[in-house]
Design a protein around this ligand. Structure first.
Ligand code: NIG
Ligand code: FE
Length: 428
């Protein structure tokens, strides 16, 4: 007897299930659960079946999606973004071209602090509309789950405004959002001479944020001219006591030892890691802290030295990748561009990149059991690609390869229609 389901995907070229019992490290990052001649069946928003023991004729489906021999993968997970913010910073491009370093722009009241000004000025509705625009673009690139950080308020009122905006978007937008409180993102003007008093004010918010379920993780920018390793350690200990998972912007620009600290504190992830020491990498592997690498940021800051992904993978670190989408150091929603940077600059293989953007990325934000895999019982987050195989994605760069995105079994994004007729005679 035929099985009744809502949707089936037929005529799939390659299916990557990414099936995995947990996050993947080292050689296991070569596995992608590749299947040929597979069918995917979806029922009530969940994967009902994914495999090749059954075929399309074994199902009675309301909707049949013919994949025309294309690649099918799980929806991508972007585990590090700053999507909710006011304004933009295109005026900084000229400063960068003149060679003014990122941290100098910040020291002079620009950078993160200029976005703070715009975010404080914006209403919640304005922030919501702007972030929705960016999330729509993210989903069009194949992202179905993402992390979002606050950190452009740096005062109680605006940080809460950002966190509430994220919650509202999580409730209304197809992308599932995991919220991170990054109140400790920079030192605001008001506290220029007393950063500890500022951190104490942010610590004072933790219990409320927890009770109101406004964030799952707490993050801090551990960097020269921002917060020291010692300040960060004390801050994160308080966050851990308050019940939050930990994330850290570590060793992004100067190698201060944030990587080691992240591992010692049992952080869920340590992010950036451009300047991580050998010891830091070893500690990450032992602690099982996910390394979230952000090559788009290194590219956009105009640096030549990238995070040592090869060493991390060889040492058994769980490696993930993200856009770091933000208005300063990485203004892009295009996670597919990050695939190419990871291939070219981090020397990651296509299989490692796929793991980094599905299984490991989901794990980095505490969604390892729900997102990142096309496996029976999981949410039906699926991308059909205009690509013949998964190696094609990092190879053909700078464009959007997505054909169709399904979130919880529903089609939520499709390749844009071309609104013209092509005929040989039209230009003659
Ligand atoms: O991850 N480094 C700190 N935070 C962001 C940049 C934020 C900004 O420049 O607005 C990052 O690179
Ligand atoms: Fe960031």
């Amino acid at each position: 007897m035929k099985k009744r389901v809502d949707t089936i995907l037929t005529n799939i070229g390659q299916l990557l299930t990414m099936k995995s019992d947990g996050p993947r490290a080292g050689k296991a990052m070569k596995e992608v659960g590749l299947m040929e001649d597979a069918v995917v069946a979806i029922s009530e928003g969940k994967i009902f079946y994914a495999g090749n023991e059954f075929s399309a004729k074994d199902f009675d489906a309301n909707e049949v999606l013919d994949c025309e021999g294309k690649l099918v993968t799980p929806g991508l997970v972007d585990p590090h973004t700053h999507v909710v913010f006011g304004g933009s910073r295109e005026h900084e491009m000229a400063l960068k071209q003149q060679g003014v370093p990122y941290l100098d722009i910040l020291k002079n009241g620009g950078g993160i602090l200029s976005t703070v000004e715009k975010t404080r000025e914006a209403t919640e509705d304005e922030l919501y509309a702007k972030a929705k625009f960016h999330l729509d673009r993210m989903i069009s690139y194949g992202v179905t789950t993402a992390e979002v950080k606050s950190g452009y308020g740096l005062d109680v009122e605006t940080e809460l405004k950002q966190l509430k905006t994220t919650k509202r978007l999580d409730n209304s937008h197809p992308i599932d959002l995991v919220s991170t409180f990054l109140g400790a993102h920079a030192i605001p003007h008001e506290y220029k001479h007393d950063p500890q008093a500022f951190l104490d004010e942010m610590i004072g918010m933790l219990d409320f944020i927890k009770e109101a379920k406004l964030a799952d993780f707490v993050d801090i920018f551990t960097e020269t001219g921002v917060f020291t390793v010692e300040q960060s350690r004390e801050y994160l200990k308080k966050a851990k006591e308050a019940g939050f998972g930990l994330k850290i912007h570590a060793d992004e620009i100067d190698p201060l030892g944030g990587t080691e600290m992240a591992a010692e504190l049992g952080a869920m992830s340590a992010d950036h890691l451009v300047g991580s020491s050998d010891e830091g990498i070893d500690k990450l592997a032992k602690a099982g802290t996910v390394a979230v690498l952000l090559p788009g940021t290194t590219f956009y800051l105009g640096k030549d030295t990238y995070a040592r992904a090869r060493k991390m993978i060889d040492e058994g670190v769980i490696v993930s990748l993200a856009t770091d989408f933000n208005p300063g150091s990485s203004p892009t929603e295009n996670i597919q561009l990050i695939m190419t940077l990871a291939a070219i600059r981090l020397k990651m293989s296509p299989e490692e990149i796929m793991n980094a953007m599905t299984v490991n990325a989901a794990h980095a934000i505490g969604r390892g059991n729900e997102a990142g895999q096309i496996v029976e019982g999981r949410q039906a987050d699926v991308v059909i690609w205009d690509a013949p195989n998964y190696m094609y994605l990092p190879y053909h760069y700078g464009v959007n390869h997505v054909n169709t995105v399904l979130k919880n079994g529903r089609v939520v994004s499709k390749r844009r229609e071309i609104l013209h007729e092509t005929s040989v005679s039209s230009k003659s």
